[in-house]
Design a protein around this ligand. Structure first.
Ligand code: ATP
Ligand code: MG
Ligand code: MG
Ligand code: MG
Length: 574
């Protein structure tokens, strides 16, 4: 690729509204452009990187025996009614109508569609096991899209779904996918950990997440220092638990005003900040404030994980500002009259969060529990709120504690979830009456697994691990090009341009994916661009170099450039 004929559009300015380094650098490098909240255009440069990730994922999935399909992103309501998720999935589900008023959603995930495909396609156990995958656009109406493509609303996912005649075979494929994911992330050059996870909205029996380790990660994960990253040892997602320094407990008694920040907080973080204990757990909880006229002003859903909403200003609650807490009756009345807002509340589930310290303001802390999980996506017992004695135990760990399996010491790190493998069991197949004939000729419900990778999120996650003051430093497998040949003053000296052109062709012929920077920029500006966009190998062709028969070579991560002759250069890059 000649960069003079490519569309490179970098910027020196650091975008003000980008919070994390990957978002900043993707904008500066001109990899993505925002269309609207959570919607991004991938520029030609960004797309080259995205395609690299896609290719690695596709090749490893193919090698693991999965078979590629492509399903529609628009999905009919009727399918989602069959599994009950049209209601249950909550606000992340974007619902749309066609001209005939028929209802659809823009698929946030594809369990329903693949199960429908399977019940029509699969008739006999002889067709099993099978693992179908696709690389396709998803839409989730995230409460708080942020960090660019890291948490977008429209994003690219690889999702795979496997079907098995026995549970044992599902476990085999689950391990196969686990190992495949480890290969994918290793091949992409990422530092990652496989951690135990709760299966959340998707449901099912066992699940593990793959996290790229980065300080900006939204999740805190605990892992055993003595184990490697293959997931065989103890590692768990603490979800969005606060990162705590070694030996320190999360500050449970921090002032409530801390909650009044524009960031998401989980139920337990909020509870911890308020110094209260969650007396019992429910599927989801909503706090509501009312103003002086008893008019409901805001709702706060406190749930674990990414679904936590913190639009409410808790600092304005009773004793802390102009508002008081809604009473149980007010909550019931309001929520009952406006189910679309927070969902129907079953009064029997209304619970009281009790202070474990005596905080007067807390005595009236009433929460409404939402039985159906209507208002929030994927709110799940045990994931979105703690299961007594399990999650609490995990979440209270700090660095330096012994690992629960007794094999070593825990470290705590922050992670970005880039992959997730689930054993779904028969939940979807049963709900959708998907059966195959077993070897006795009897109808049997297949067991299912599902396996997701955030293809577009990986691009951002990789930058979080690979950058310096000058820009991105791509791992080899994800770089837009492996090498670039920079020409100094091509117009002035045709021999320099010719030598650069020849080297550019030679490197590409040798299988090194190489760009030619023939834009005619001054060296400073050219090198700044090349460093910003993170190309691993840079070769400079100049009049002076030619005269001495050498090329100036520099690796993106090297301190210094070195002069190499042609054969040494080819040997280095080949
Ligand atoms: P998260 O906890 O970050 O919200 P999730 O658990 O809801 O993710 P899954 O349903 O497990 O996501 O989907 C599979 C993968 O899709 C995730 O592991 C993640 O890498 C990616 N993904 C999920 N939501 C987004 C998003 N909003 N933007 C980009 N990638 C996403
Ligand atoms: Mg999510
Ligand atoms: Mg998650
Ligand atoms: Mg997940």
């Amino acid at each position: 690729m000649r960069l003079s004929q490519f569309h490179l559009h970098t910027s020196k300015e650091t975008p003000a509204d980008a919070e994390v380094i990957s978002h900043k650098l993707m904008l500066k490098a001109g990899m993505i452009r925002k269309l609207a909240a959570g919607l991004y255009t991938w520029s030609p440069l960004g797309l080259r990187v995205l395609r690299k990730v896609e290719r690695a994922v596709r090749e490893e999935m193919d090698a693991a025996g999965a078979i590629e399909v492509l399903m529609p992103s628009v999905q009919p309501r009727e399918l989602w009614e069959e599994t009950g998720r049209w209601q249950k999935f909550g606000g992340q589900l974007l619902k749309i109508k066609d001209r005939k008023d028929a209802e659809y959603c823009y698929g946030p995930t594809h369990e329903e569609v693949i199960t429908d495909f399977a019940r029509n396609e699969l008739a006999s156990y002889k067709q099993l096991p099978v693992n179908f995958y696709q690389i396709q656009t998803k839409f989730r109406d995230e409460i708080r899209p942020r960090f660019g493509v890291m948490r977008a609303r429209e994003f690219l996912m690889k999702d795979a779904y496997s079907f098995h005649i026995s549970d044992a075979d599902l476990v085999r494929e689950y391990r196969n996918m686990h190992d495949t994911y480890s290969r994918i992330f290793t091949r992409l050059g990422l530092k990652f950990r496989a951690v135990q996870a709760d299966s959340g909205a998707i449901g099912g029996d066992a699940s593990q997440e793959f996290h790229v380790l980065a300080d900006s990660g939204e999740d805190a994960i605990a892992y055993c220092i003595e184990d490697d990253s293959d997931g065989s040892g103890y590692a768990a997602n603490l979800e969005a638990a606060e990162a705590v320094a070694p030996g320190e407990r999360p500050a449970a008694t921090e002032a409530m005003h801390q909650i009044d920040t524009p960031t998401q907080k989980t139920c337990e973080e909020v509870a911890a900040l308020m110094g209260i204990a969650l007396e019992r757990t429910v599927k989801s909880v909503a706090l509501m404030g009312v103003d002086a006229d008893a008019k409901p002003q805001f709702g706060l859903a406190l749930v674990r994980g990414d679904h936590a909403v913190n639009e409410i200003k808790l600092a304005k609650l009773p004793g802390l500002g102009d508002y008081r807490l809604a009473t149980e009756a007010e909550i019931a009345e309001h929520l009952g009259s406006e189910p679309g807002f927070l969902g129907p509340v079953a009064p029997k589930n209304a619970i009281r969060i009790v202070a474990d310290r005596s905080v007067a303001a807390m005595a009236d802390f009433v929460v409404g529990a939402n039985e159906t999980g209507y208002h929030l996506a994927g709110v799940n017992w045990g994931r979105d709120l703690p299961e007594p004695d399990t999650v609490a135990d995990i979440r209270n760990v700090v660095a330096g504690d012994p690992s629960p399996d007794g094999r070593g010491t825990l470290a705590i790190a922050r992670g970005i979830e880039v992959g997730h493998v689930f054993q779904l069991g028969r939940k979807y197949a049963e709900a959708m009456k998907c059966t195959v004939l077993d070897d006795n000729g009897k109808a049997a419900t297949p067991a299912m697994g599902c396996y997701g990778i955030g293809v577009s999120r990986i691009v951002a996650a990789a930058i979080e691990q690979n950058f310096d003051a000058n820009g991105i430093a791509w791992p080899e497998a994800m770089a837009p090009w492996q090498a670039v040949v920079c020409v100094i003053n091509p117009k002035k000296d045709p021999a320099v341009a010719e030598a650069a052109e020849a080297l550019y062709r030679e490197l590409n012929a040798a299988g090194v994916e190489t760009a030619l920077d023939d834009r005619g920029l001054r060296p400073g500006a050219m090198f700044a661009d090349i460093e910003l966009i993170g190309i691993p190998h840079r070769v400079v062709v100049s009049e002076r170099g030619l005269a001495s028969g050498s090329f100036e070579y520099r690796h993106r991560r090297a301190e210094e450039a070195e002069n190499l002759d042609r054969s040494a250069l080819l040997a280095r890059l080949g």
